[in-house]
Design a protein around this ligand. Sequence first.
Ligand SMILES: *Cc1c(COP(=O)(O)O)cnc(C)c1O
Length: 363
Amino acid sequence: MKYSIRIEKSTSSRLSQIDFNNIPFGRTFSDHLFAADYKNGEWTDLRIVPFEPFLIHPGSMVLHYGQSIFEGMKASKNQDGQAMLLRPEMHARRFNLSAARMSMPDVPEALFLQALHAIVSIDSDWIPPQEGSALYLRPLMFANDEFIGVHSSENYRFLIMTGPVGPYYPKPIRLWAERQYVRAVKGGTGEAKAAGNYAGSLLPAKLAAQKGFDQVMWMDAHEFKYIQEAGTMNIFFVIDGKVVTPATDGAILKGITRDSILHILKDKGYTVEERPVSIDEIIAAYYAGTLQEAFGTGTAAIVSHIAEIGSDELLMQLPPIDQRPVGELIKSEINGLRSGRIVDTRGWVVPVDGGRWTVDDGR
Ligand SMILES: *Cc1c(COP(=O)(O)O)cnc(C)c1O
């Protein structure tokens, strides 16, 4: 099924003001915005419009009760200049899992994907060409009833905004093993990319920063024993040549990068284990000298090496970055798939196809 999307092009592009070699993350937005409104049980008024602020009613439910979800993904260009998406349907599905958990309506997968193809094609000149650079895509849905009172909203807005991001060379991070605050609990909203999860993580992150740490290492909410995530990333360890990551348990966000890494490493013959990972196991491996690597994973950075893990009792200092073959391999594989340097054998790379969407001038 093809949806009809009204297109209103911006009359003056801001692209010439952008230096692709120096793009501050998250502050630069492309020329256009996709938007649709959910009313009377249907997505209506699908449109691509010039990117600009819009009005919102002070009673809009999202501002009061936080019904809001998002996705984070990237479009890149291959060596021939063709725009590509990586596993877009996984993001469409996760968006709807988040929506279901937050009692929000589905965005039909075909609509989500068509909107992505449409907005990326229209602003494809905004995709930086260098390997490792990308156009960051931010789908967002929020409750928009103009009503004070707790219930599931009946009106929603779905947006996709985009903005270029430079090659991300994150410096190795220092993690604080958090034993006072939690990010998520089983039965909670940790598996949803829901706005409120991030609001709740800000205070612990600030307190960790005051102690000199970059991110919080989240522990399970029941025993503060099992490791869950690193900040807003999934977490991997390499112990004695084996790659270990916490099994998703209802509180851990099911990262698509995490899933891709599991496939890539298995294909390359690594032993990969998804299971509960206790802090005691990591400390034991550290003292035994078998803790070889630790890294966070997510769409933005792909791999963020972990330099140190601290707690009240102990500061673990991990091997130097030039001794991190697994993390570096993953970065190279995923960036290589995005740039076309590595041939995609799994059907993950999807060329952006402007022909998949319908132009409708609204008349
Ligand atoms: C988005 C996110 C991740 C990473 O997911 P990707 O699909 O790999 O980008 C991990 N943890 C949290 C809490 C997240 O919000």
